[in-house]
Write a protein that binds this ligand. Structure first.
Ligand code: NAD
Length: 480
């Protein structure tokens, strides 16, 4: 059986403890590889390698670092098909989705930050005729990057690319549920000529390996994407150590549909925003507020669109939805559907586990599920489910829609559907959300600030925000 080993100091290593975790293929429910169960000893090795590599890597010219990271990006492009297949097998997502979204985005992340560092500027402040200030930005040293299972290589590279481009050396941990593409990526880094120790990838459990990264005194910053509760645990350890922290956490995103929209067109896109990647995207809309004047017609259109999300073997092109990432996660999602029934909701479509049969007979499949009749403040409408479950909630006024949208503890992304331009700005500005999409969803420009407010996180990724996070500014004041 394949062993997913740690990538430390440019080579592959078994975990110091000699123990391994089972890695399950969600579509079949079967163990298909073993993952290193690393602990503080492996993290210490990775940090030592990263520290040793830092003077050389941070001393390179931006163009030299850029060339190496572009070579990594090209390797990802050359291995698109293998990586997509590995991502689909490891996560349960449809192969076509990994091929068209996850892996191309990983390639783009590497290329984007590799070239962004060629175009940065720094500030200068002329205080008076005799005094000039200028800002220099330096890499932090060794930084930690911890990523989740839903968009494995996509989010892994979204963190390590700016960290490396800015001149840091990295100790990174992908999710123990989806470690495969990060492992394959480490081989590509070697082939692309990334110097040993610049990137180190340690695998293992969050509470062991992840916690050891957060606790290590030589790791100067933690960039974390994952659940809100994990973010809280990480902040509790890292904040008193005065580490820089970027926390991209959970969401319970509202979709607001006003009565002036094209119903069929909007329902198609709102269904996509709810169920893409099995609803396992932090940006998916899970609470759909619909103006009462079109509620019944929109509901019928949404049911029809939801039922087009055919659940099936992720390897088949016809499957619009694959398996959920794990048995535990499937049970959590089914638990919320049961809770929706208990809270008085009506299941309009879906609501159950799906038996796909064949090689996927034991896979973790759940039907896309649309629910109505729930109070906006019930648990199903307040807590993150992170699966293919969305609720419909009618509203009468703009104020009511905004209040409902803002009623959860989260504030990651919102999507707003209307053709009224004045309303677009009015509502977008009042939504408590880091990101607002208007008449679209998940349209990404890597230069824009990305992140959430309230319990959805602290800090922003993307573009210049990411490079700022991974560098420390220093002001030099000269009087002459
Ligand atoms: P998770 O918090 O369980 O795990 C995320 C990562 O943190 C994993 O690598 C895990 O091993 C590690 N980890 C767990 N406990 C740790 C600890 N104590 N110390 C250090 N590391 C630890 O999250 P998940 O289940 O993998 O991902 C789903 C969550 O991620 C959802 O809440 C989702 O909304 C969120 N998410 C947010 C964004 C965003 O950009 N805001 C993007 C994707 C996913």
């Amino acid at each position: 059986m394949l062993h997913i080993r740690n990538y430390i100091n440019g080579g592959f290593h078994d975990p110091r403890s000699g123990t391994w975790l089972e890695n399950v293929e969600p579509a079949t429910g079967e163990v298909y590889s073993l993952v290193a169960r690393s602990d503080a000893n492996d993290v210490a090795d990775a940090v030592a390698a990263a520290r040793a590599a830092f003077p050389h890597w941070s001393g390179l010219k931006a163009k030299e670092r850029s060339d190496i990271l572009l070579a990594v990006s090209r390797k990802v492009h050359e291995h698109l098909e293998d990586l997509a297949l590995a991502e689909s097998q490891d996560n349960g997502k449809p192969l076509w989705l990994a091929r068209t979204v996850d892996i191309p985005r990983a390639e783009a992340n590497m290329a984007f930050f590799a070239t962004e560092i060629l175009h940065t500027e720094t500030a200068a402040h002329q205080t008076d005729a005799h005094t000039l200030n200028y800002t220099v930005r330096s890499p932090l040293g060794v930084v930690g990057c911890i990523s989740p299972w839903n968009l494995p290589l996509y989010l892994f590279t979204w963190k390590i690319a700016p960290a490396l481009a800015a001149g840091n050396c990295v100790v990174a941990k992908p999710s123990e549920l989806t470690p495969m593409t990060a492992f394959l990526f480490s081989k590509l880094c070697i082939d692309a000529g990334l110097p040993p120790g610049v990137l180190n990838i340690v695998h293992g459990l969050g509470g062991e390996c992840g916690a050891a990264i957060v606790e290590h005194p030589e790791i100067k910053a933690i960039s974390f994407t994952g659940g809100t509760q994990t973010g809280e645990t990480i902040a509790r350890t890292a904040a008193p150590m005065f580490k820089k922290l970027s926390l991209e956490l959970g969401g319970k995103n509202p979709t607001i549909v006003f009565g002036d929209v094209d119903i069929e067109h909007t329902a198609r896109h709102v269904a996509r925003a709810s169920f893409t990647n099995q609803g396992e995207i932090c940006l998916c809309g899970s609470r759909i507020y619909v103006e009462r004047s079109i509620y019944d017609r929109f509901k019928q259109a949404m049911i029809a669109e939801t039922e087009k999300f055919v659940v099936g073997d992720p390897l088949q092109e016809s499957s619009r939805m694959g398996a959920l990432v794990s048995q535990g996660h499937m049970e959590k999602v089914l638990g919320y559907i049961q809770l929706a029934r208990e809270e008085g909701g009506t299941i309009l479509t879906g609501g159950d586990r799906v038996s796909v049969g064949g090689r996927c007979a034991n896979g973790f499949f759940v039907a896309p599920t649309l629910i109505e009749g729930l109070d906006a403040h019930c648990r199903v409408n307040q807590e993150e489910i992170f699966g293919p479950v969305a609720t419909l909630i009618p509203f009468d006024t703009e104020q009511e829609a905004i209040a409902g949208a803002n009623s959860t503890k989260y504030g990651l992304a919102a999507s707003l559907w209307t053709n009224d331009n004045a309303r677009v700005h009015r509502v977008a500005h009042r939504l408590e959300s880091g990101i607002v999409w208007v008449n679209c969803w998940l349209v990404r420009d890597l230069r824009t600030p990305f992140g959430g407010v309230k319990a959805s996180g602290v800090g922003r990724e993307g573009g210049v925000e990411a490079l700022r996070f991974f560098t420390e500014p220093k002001n030099v004041c000269i009087q002459y």
